[in-house]
Each structure stands twice: as structure tokens, then as C-alpha cells.
Ligand binder design. Structure first.
Ligand code: PEP
Ligand code: MG
Length: 327
């Protein structure tokens, strides 16, 4: 199969009936940018900037952040890179944060993490914004915020970036030629206020890892629950369909960047509900592209719609059996 994936590396991720599916990769280290070349992916759809913080012995300063972002953008060349501001805190606690910033709550995933922490540690986010702005000199800066629960959090984070952009301009510093702001949808509450958020974002990125844990109230790290809830369950697919339809109506592009999209059957189901943009682990690009090139998107949409209208007892089996019969 590896030879088969290598053979389609340079071919487009296009369905038999001509739908182009966006395939980007998730990354977090400077070396990961090499994966763009190796996989033939369209870009980096999720750059997890917290990796640098997690592996460092001390808080990475603006300069070292700048070096990392610059090297990633250079390695990506003309391909887009979407930087996610730090998703630290909770279970990704940093040893060098002061005692009162360590999280000993019982539910760290639902605790003081990601954007919640960033909005209260503005100096940290400011340093990151400056590094991202400077690194993007002459290019398009794409930035998104993790764990947005309500639109005001997005607004506050965006305002901080816009202040820094204005500052860079007035100080005649190198800055990006364009900026795109996005929100991650991984907390279900955000789905209820999309009408307020959508006019304000350039794109939406759905993080299905956290989203499913919050939708099912099931800890994503608990192995006893790993088999219990299925990504192909009607609850998830209907939820994602509703969000992507609403975003499409507002002309906001949607990408799924959780592990779900890296599994061929799941990715096929996502295409079935109208999502055509994925950011996945590099090893999944070959298998997902092979699936994409083997399907008829219209037939998949019809099948998934029928299954969602009247869900069978075992969605995975029904969809899997159908997929086997259709390529
Ligand atoms: C997610 O939650 O789906 C996601 C992409 O972010 P992370 O896995 O880094 O929490
Ligand atoms: Mg997440």
C-alpha cells in the first residue's frame, strides 16, 4: 500500500466526479514542515505552537518563537500555514509556569487552558502575536484561536492581534501582506452562537478531538471510553453537518483538523455531509487521498444523507459495507 500511496503523491485529491478535497497536515515542530514535500499535502492546516513551549525548559521568548515560525513558513514556501495560538494549561501544564498557574483541577480539559489562559496572560499572547506578525513579513498570516467557547473570546484575541499589527505598521516593522483570522470550533457552545461569529471569521476549523469529548462528556484520554463512542455516530455527524451547512451559507470555509478526518471511512462520512477540507496527521494523507480518488462524492452524499435521516443500529458497519461495495 505504501507504494500505492507514493504513486498518488503528486496526483490531486479529487473524487471520481471531480470534487477537489483539501488535504493539509497537522504539525508542531520545525521538522514537520518537511512533511509537506513528503506527503504532497496542500499546506499545514494546524500548527500546534504549544509544542515549542512543552519541550522547552524555560518559557520560549519572542525571538525563539520568531525563529520557529519563520523556518516553518520558509519550508512551506507558497503553501499556507495556519498557526494556532498556544493551547497550554490544563493537562498541558508547563513546569516553568508559577505555582498558581499549575492546574490541579479534576477536569483539566475543561479547565483554565488555551484561549482562556491566553486572555488572562496577555503578555504571553502579545509576544506570540509579535513573533507571528514579524515572521509573516510579506506573506499572509493565518492565525486561529483554540477553545473558543463564546464569540467575545475570539473578538478579544483578534483585537489583541490587530493592536499588534497596527503597532508593527506604525513602527514601520515588516508585517504580513494579509491576515486571516479563524476560530477553532471544539467547544459545543460555540455552535449555538455561530450567527454572531461567522461574519467575523475568515475560516472555521473544527477540532473533533476535543469536540467529541465535550459532546459525549467522555474524556479523550480515558482508554476505558476509547471504544464506547464512535466518530461515525449520528450525534457527531448531525452536529458537524449543521455547523458546516451554516458556515457554508455564510461563505466561511470549514476545515476539520481532528484525528477523525485522518481515518478514511470517517473522512468519507465527512465528505458525505459536505465537508471538503481536512488537516490530518501526515501518515494519513496517503490513505485518505486514496479513498478520495476512489469515491463518487455525489453517491457518498446521497448515502450518508439517507443513513442520517434514519440511522441504522450500527452506522460504522452500514457505511463500511456500502464503502466496500462502492470502491
Ligand atoms: C482537536 O481538539 O481536535 C484538535 C485538533 O486540537 P488538539 O488535538 O491539539 O486539542
Ligand atoms: Mg483541541
Amino acid at each position: 500500500r505504501r507504494a500505492e500511496f507514493a504513486a498518488i503523491r503528486a496526483l490531486p485529491a479529487e473524487t471520481k466526479d471531480g470534487d477537489r478535497i483539501g488535504l493539509m497536515v497537522n504539525a508542531g515542530l520545525a521538522e514537520d514542515a518537511a512533511m509537506l514535500e513528503a506527503t504532497g499535502a496542500d499546506g499545514i492546516g494546524l500548527f500546534r505552537t504549544e509544542f515549542q513551549f512543552l519541550i522547552a525548559a524555560t518559557l520560549p521568548g519572542r525571538e525563539s518563537q520568531l525563529r520557529l515560525y519563520r523556518s516553518v513558513l520558509e519550508a512551506a514556501g507558497d503553501k499556507p500555514v495556519v498557526f494556532r495560538t498556544v493551547d497550554i494549561g490544563g493537562d498541558k501544564a508547563l513546569p516553568y509556569l508559577s505555582e498558581d498557574e499549575k492546574d490541579e483541577s479534576e477536569n483539566p480539559a475543561m479547565g483554565w487552558r488555551a484561549l482562556r489562559l491566553s486572555l488572562e496572560r496577555k503578555a504571553l499572547m502579545k509576544a506570540q502575536a509579535r513573533a507571528l506578525i514579524e515572521a509573516s513579513g510579506g506573506k499572509t498570516l493565518r492565525v486561529m484561536f483554540p477553545m473558543v467557547s463564546e464569540p467575545w473570546e475570539y473578538e478579544e484575541a483578534r483585537a489583541l492581534f490587530e493592536e499588534q499589527l497596527a503597532w508593527a505598521k506604525s513602527a514601520k516593522r515588516a508585517g504580513p501582506k494579509a491576515v486571516e483570522f479563524g476560530a477553532m470550533l471544539e467547544v459545543p457552545s460555540l455552535a449555538e452562537t455561530l450567527d454572531l461569529l461567522l461574519p467575523r471569521v475568515d475560516f472555521l476549523s473544527i477540532g473533533t478531538n476535543d469536540l467529541t469529548q465535550f459532546l459525549f462528556a467522555a474524556d479523550r484520554a480515558d482508554p476505558r471510553l476509547a471504544e464506547r463512542y464512535d466518530w461515525l455516530s449520528p450525534a457527531i455527524l448531525r452536529f458537524l453537518r449543521r455547523v458546516s451547512t451554516q458556515a457554508k451559507e455564510a461563505n466561511v470555509p470549514v476545515r476539520v483538523c481532528g484525528e477523525m478526518a485522518g481515518r478514511p471511512l470517517e473522512a468519507m462520512a465527512l465528505i458525505g455531509i459536505g465537508i471538503d477540507n481536512f488537516s490530518i496527521t501526515p501518515a494519513a494523507v496517503g490513505p485518505v487521498k486514496a479513498m478520495v480518488r476512489s469515491i463518487d462524492a455525489q453517491a457518498v452524499r446521497t448515502k450518508v444523507e439517507a443513513l442520517l435521516a434514519k440511522p441504522p443500529a450500527n452506522m460504522r458497519k452500514s457505511l463500511g459495507d456500502w464503502a466496500k461495495r462502492h470502491g
